[in-house]
Design a protein around this ligand. Structure first.
Ligand SMILES: O=P(O)(O)O[C@H]1O[C@H](CO)[C@@H](O)[C@H]1O
Ligand SMILES: O=c1cc[nH]c(=O)[nH]1
Length: 246
């Protein structure tokens, strides 16, 4: 039976998956695969399968925000995905990593509401170390711009209301970037026995989104190209290591 929300047959989903917010980014990633096939486009969830350097993988869009993305992550776990990488965009919290930089997320601050309904407050949202190392190694090897590795924060609010978002406090604590889904991915991966990691392309200063958000600049598009390449190479190297260990 098809997964109720992604609308794909679980048997068609490989063990490895790349996920991203934007359905058009999913199509762009699928364009780099051999034998790429679109399985479904239901709501914001667009699913492709194909091969990259010998590894079979799914590419799935999860939309904007943790609750909707969580549906995607849960259904991928149910379909048997065991390694999942988010390829996203994020706002920078530090001048050390300006727009165009890549950040590999080692852990995520749970500033969203979704995971509060899944696990107690002290439960950590952490990446898998093998996935993180593979992503960082491949991103550094590609070159073309700064690559950082560290903690990111996941928020629900993108544009601000009348309450200040606590970006300054997290920046002082060393958090590198903010986005909207990684904490959900890491918590659900821990609960469902998946290895998860994430790489994000920085699209500007997180504090300027209300006036100056423009994720369509060339410098961002180039960083997104680099992170896609790094994530595909990371999946291929993890799959090769898994096959060698069998
Ligand atoms: O580029 P994606 O993967 O969508 O990620 C970021 O961009 C969206 C906000 O514009 C949020 O989903 C945020 O997490
Ligand atoms: O959540 C996000 C995503 C991209 N850029 C931001 O500033 N915030």
């Amino acid at each position: 039976m098809k997964l109720p929300i992604l609308r794909v047959e679980p048997a068609d989903i490989p063990d490895y998956a790349l996920v991203c917010g934007d359905p058009f980014r999913a199509e762009k990633i699928a364009g780099k695969l051999e034998d790429a096939r679109e399985l479904a486009f239901a709501r914001e969830y667009r699913t492709f399968v194909g091969k990259y350097n010998g590894a079979r993988l799914a590419v799935v869009s999860h939309g904007v925000g943790s609750p909707g993305a969580a549906v995607c992550f849960e259904e991928l776990a149910r379909a048997g995905v065991r390694t999942v990488i988010r390829v996203g965009t994020a706002g920078s919290l530090t001048p050390e990593y300006p727009a165009g930089s890549l950040i590999v997320s080692t852990a995520a601050v749970r500033e969203e509401g979704l995971t509060k309904q899944l696990v107690p407050p002290g439960f950590p949202a952490v990446a898998d170390s093998a996935v993180t190392e593979a992503l960082y190694r491949e991103a550094v090897a590609l070159g073309g711009g700064p690559v950082g590795k560290g903690i990111t924060a996941t928020f629900d609010a993108f544009f601000t209301g009348v309450v200040d978002l606590p970006h300054d406090a997290y920046a002082k604590a060393g958090v590198l970037a903010v986005e909207m889904e990684i904490a959900a991915l890491y918590v659900i991966a821990s609960l469902r026995g998946m290895r998860a990691g994430a790489i994000v392309a920085l699209d500007g200063d997180a504090d300027t989104v209300d006036e100056a958000y423009d994720p369509h600049r060339n410098i961002v598009a180039e960083a997104v190209e680099r992170e896609i390449e790094a994530a595909l190479r990371a999946i291929a190297s993890l799959a090769a290591a898994d096959a060698a260990a069998e």
